[in-house]
Ligand binder design. Structure first.
Ligand code: MLT
Length: 214
């Protein structure tokens, strides 16, 4: 664990050039260790950057404040998304990595969605697991061709299907290349989330290598 940038975080160097670095963003009550196994499984050989959310809700780390379940303190969210984006830029310089693909779950997926809208250049793409619309009045972002995978649960008690569909539409309208499978499951992650994420990232890595070679 390292404390020397603006977020407590873990960094694991990668060992496969074509595997994009991942920014791991945990859910409420998680920490910087939580998603390392998922990151390794989704994209073996990727560099992993994993910060811990700074907001505490009854002692549980989160990435921004909420007023109730699914009701966000949007001023705080905007500030925190900016702060996290600055951290990613500082960490890229420190560790010498390319712009990462975010892999976020729940609260972590929500701040990743906010970062895509507020600081589109910071992320190369995103896997958003159980995400919802983060901002009621999102800015006009240019996400041209940015690859985004949103995996939702049809039976998710926290996120109505209409909300995740709205998020997919919002990002697609901003130009992102969005895939949005909906699984017959709830808020918890399943093996299918892992399998789909792994297949998707392989294709993204391939596209980036092709773009680099062009
Ligand atoms: C959030 O607060 O980001 C969402 O309600 C998801 C959660 O963290 O439970």
């Amino acid at each position: 664990m390292s404390n020397d940038l603006s977020f407590a975080h873990r960094f694991e160097p990668g060992n496969r050039l074509e595997a994009p670095p991942l920014l791991l963003l945990h859910g409420t009550g998680g920490d910087e260790n939580d998603l390392l196994p998922l990151g390794q499984a989704v994209s073996p050989g990727s560099a992993l950057l994993s910060p811990r959310g700074k907001v505490l809700e009854h002692g549980m780390p989160r990435f921004f404040r909420r007023l109730g379940e699914g009701v966000f303190d949007e001023d705080d969210l905007r500030r925190r998304a900016d702060e996290l984006a600055d951290f990613v830029e500082a960490a890229r310089a420190r560790y010498g990595i390319a712009a990462p693909v975010a892999l976020g779950y729940s609260n972590g997926a929500n701040i990743a969605a906010a970062m895509l809208l507020l600081r589109p250049d910071v992320l190369a793409g995103a896997i958003l697991l159980r995400a919802m619309v983060p901002l009621s009045q999102p800015p006009q972002a240019d996400l041209k061709d940015k690859p985004v995978l949103i995996i939702s649960g049809k039976l998710d008690p926290i996120i109505p299907s209409s909300n995740s569909a709205q998020l997919a539409g919002l990002l697609a309208k901003a130009g992102a290349n969005v895939q949005h499978p909906v699984l017959p499951t709830g808020h918890q992650l399943t093996q299918t989330d892992l399998t789909m994420s792994r297949e998707w990232i392989k294709a993204v890595g391939f596209l980036q290598v092709q773009a680099g070679a062009a």
